[in-house]
Design a protein around this ligand. Sequence first.
Ligand SMILES: *Cc1c(COP(=O)(O)O)cnc(C)c1O
Length: 397
Amino acid sequence: MTDFAATKALFHLPEGMIYLDGNSLGPLPKATAARVERAVTAEWGEKVITGWNRAGWMAQPTVLGDRIGRLIGAEPGHVVLGDTLSIKVFQALAAAIDLVPDRRVILTDNGNFPSDIYMAEGLIKSLGRGHELRIVNPEDVADHINDDLAVLMLTQVGYSDGRLHDMADLTAKAHAAGAVTVWDLAHSAGALAVDLQGCNADFAVGCTYKYLNAGPGAPAFIYVAPRHIANCQPALSGWLGHAAPFAFDLDYRPGTGIERMRVGTPPVLQMAALDAALDIWDQVDMTALRRASVALTEQFIVGIEATCPMLTLASPRDPAKRGSQVCFAFENGYAAMQACIAQNVVGDFRAPDIMRFGFTPLFIDAGDVDRAIAVISKVMNERLWDDPAFKQVSRVT
Ligand SMILES: *Cc1c(COP(=O)(O)O)cnc(C)c1O
C-alpha cells in the first residue's frame, strides 16, 4: 500500500493552490532543490569533468531509466533517458518502420498529440520511401488494423480527452496483422499501471516532466522490447549510442542493448531533478495509485455534473476507459480556466473548448477535489469568467 498523505508531504505546493495540472507539468518535490544543488556544487563544482565517472553522470540515463521501467512494466535494462519526447517519437518510429520494410502504412488517431504526428510526417518525408500516415478516429483504430499496416503509433491516453486505449488488445491485433507498435506514454507513465512486458509492446516513449515530476525540460525516455533491440538501427546515430564512444571511430557501430538509443550528452542537472522525483516514485504501488486516481476522477465528475450544467463531460465516463485526467467542454473554456486559476484552482485549456484537469494522487486528495469543485461551480454559476481580463490569450495555455 502507498501512503498518499505521506507522498503529499514530499511536495512543495504553492500556498492555497489546488494544482490540477500535474498531467502537464508536475510540481516540485521538496528534495529536488537540495539534490540539484548537490549536482551543481559538489558534483560539477568539485569534480568538474571527472563527474562523468565519479558522480555517475554517464550511467544516469540507464540507471534512472530502470527506475521508470518499474512504473511501466519494462524489463530491466530496456529503458534509456535523453532528448525530448518529440525526438524519442521520431527515433522509435524510425526503428519500427525498419522492422517492417515491405509495408508502408503508419496508423495513428486524430486524438494524438500534434507533435507525434508532425514528427511522423517529417520522418516519412525524409525517408522518401512512400510511407503513408493514416489518421483515424480513436474509436476506429482497431478496424483499420490490416495486412497493409507497418506501424501502429498511438498515445495510450489522449492528451485532450483522457481517452485510454487498450494497449494489450491493440498490440495483439497489430501483431496478428504483422505490424509493430509504438506507444506514447506521455499521459500514462505515473498516471496508471502500464505493463509493456505483459502487453508484448514493441516500442514505447514518454516524458518525465508530466506525472513523473522531474521539472520543466526534463528528458524523455524510450523503451525497446528485448526481442527487437539487436535489430534496431538508430536513425539518430549519435556518438553516445556508439558501441565505443571514446574510441572516436569514424564508422558508426550501434552500442549493445538500449544504450544505442542514446544520442548525445545527457542533461545531467535535469537528471538530478529526476533522481529526486523518482525517490518518491520508488515507494509507490501503481495499483494503489490507479485506485486512488479513479476515486478522485469519479468524485470530480459527480461533483461538477451536479453543480455545473453548462459543462459537458468530454472524457470517457467509464473510468476503465480513462486515464488520470478529466476534461469538460465549454464554449468559453479559455476564459473559464483563467478565472479558475485566478481563484487558485489550476488546470489548463486545450483548443478549441476543453477545460482539462489532471488528478495526481501523489499530492491531490479528496479534500482538494471538494474544494476545487466548490471553486469551479462558483466561477461557472456566477459567470466570473465573463471578464475581459480572462479572455487575453497567453502564449502558453
Ligand atoms: C506532452 C507531449 C509531448 C511533448 O513533447 P516534447 O518533445 O517533450 O515537447 C509529445 N507527445 C505527447 C503525446 C505529449 O503528451
